[in-house]
Design a protein around this ligand. Sequence first.
Ligand code: ADP
Length: 603
Amino acid sequence: MKEVRPPKRPLIFYYCVAMLVLLLFNFLAMPWMAKQQVREVDYGTFMDMAENHQLGQVEIQETENQIVFTDKDNTVVYITGMVPDPDLKQMLKDSGARFTGEVIQQTDPIVSFLLSWVLPIVIFIALGQYLSRRMMKNLGGPNAMAFGRSSAKMYVKSSEGIKFSDVAGEDEAKENLQEIVEYLHDPKKYREIGATMPKGVLLVGPPGTGKTMLAKAVAGEANVPFFSMSGSEFVEMFVGMGASKVRDLFRQAKEKAPCIVFIDEIDAIGKKRDGQMGGNDEREQTLNQLLTEMDGFEGNTGVIILAATNRPESLDPALTRPGRFDRRVPVELPDLKGREDILKVHAKRIKVAEDVDWNRIARMASGASGAELANIVNEAALRAVRNGRRFATEADLEESIEVVIAGYQKKNAILTDGEKKIVAYHEIGHALVAAKQTDSAPVQKITIIPRTSGALGYTMQVDEGNHYLMSREELENKIATLTGGRAAEELVFRSASTGASNDIEQATKLARAMITRYGMSEDFDMVALETVQNQYLGGDASLACSAETAAKIDQQVVELVKRQHEKASRILSDNREKLDELAEYLYEKETITGDEFMTILNK
Ligand code: ADP
């Protein structure tokens, strides 16, 4: 059932209501209550009481045309209308009444004090309480009174959670973390020999490589509570709030020790303190508190802090020094074996055909992170359902890799005949240049079906095994392959099209990196001319050289790309017949496999 909530009213509404209540109270209720205490009598009664000496205090209110008086004990207040009576003063004098000019309190002074002073204050305090409670609720659910308390998610039942076996690949990282698991199981063993465990372990690597998973797996294996919080959750609008959250998190952790505290995206609070103008006070205070807390507990209390980041270079050196995060575990993109394992782990959750060649799929998905591989498997399952099949096949997996790389097939993008021909030649140009250079990886698949990413076609190359190093020749061949598409267009149509923009970008990036970072130019020898900034996030580089050198670099980049472009053109014109034949074939079929390509080439 849906929860129905009354619409929220603005704050001013409640204040208006409170004011109205008070005003009504003063104007209506007070006089009424006053009247309850006052007894109205006629003038005759007043005269009788005066004659019998029963009057206490008397006040003549001429403007109101009335007389207010009390009895001898001042307990009851009477009121009577005034009658023109010349003997009034004499009569009062004889009666012994006091008329001192004091105003007769028509109500009990205590009651009147309570009503006119205490009650309004009480009403306002109650209203304030009610409103602040409502606001807290709106701010953050049932725990909202916990300002400055950490909102760490706690997973106590970690025994049912993720285990190391769920994290495929990443063997080095797992080995590194295994020690921590053993320590949490049996800290005595370590204490006896005098070893202290690292207080903090920093997991660094590109996004989606399983850092969070690994941290959870450590908790799962060690069967201890696991506190998880993201760095950005510490940073609040108010200065000092983050610091108090850090304190609270560590207090909770110490109570639950042995346990694991996991701080995701620690760069959100752990950035270098640069002391520039307009610095972020809240962030710096939070970081300072974190540093203090990490110093404050002994290495053997059983609280282990795991943190993840993909920007290790931006962290404050004070945070990464030994004694705080003294261990750094790299969690890199998976290699071929790792990719295969990750695919298999995720394939257990879906129904797949038995004859899937996982090694081939893993080779096709080169460079994919764990999260992307998980996505590929899920896309395959979705595609199987869409096509009304009970289980996913290898073709589904292959297609979903393409979806992840290049987007979905465009259903109604109709290329003109001329365009289709250009695209076919362009793609065969890439493939032919790749195949003719001995060191280039063979072609897996060529297609000219437009994709939603904007690619009109692409050539999928597949590395045979793992590749850790690339030689100068390999890099040059890669640039030549990238220029192959444009070279084919020029050779056949004697013109250039816009389809090569992505190739140009990649070729330039490679050529620039060869000269500025890999020391592969004659002039500059082994001098670093660029520094990489975000190693794990795109790897943008910034120049670190003089303007003249920058100009020379540009010149060399142009020469390098030009040389490879010429090489590609040469290869294609030497194989012109094959180029025509293959392009014709691709134009007819739209998608061809690497095997078909090689058969025609070697015919
Ligand atoms: P990170 O914290 O490094 O950004 P996560 O740990 O959140 O990445 O991983 C995101 C998802 O990717 C996980 O939920 C999991 O499905 C998948 N994944 C990543 N790496 C692996 C791996 N090594 N084994 C299995 N699944 C993985």
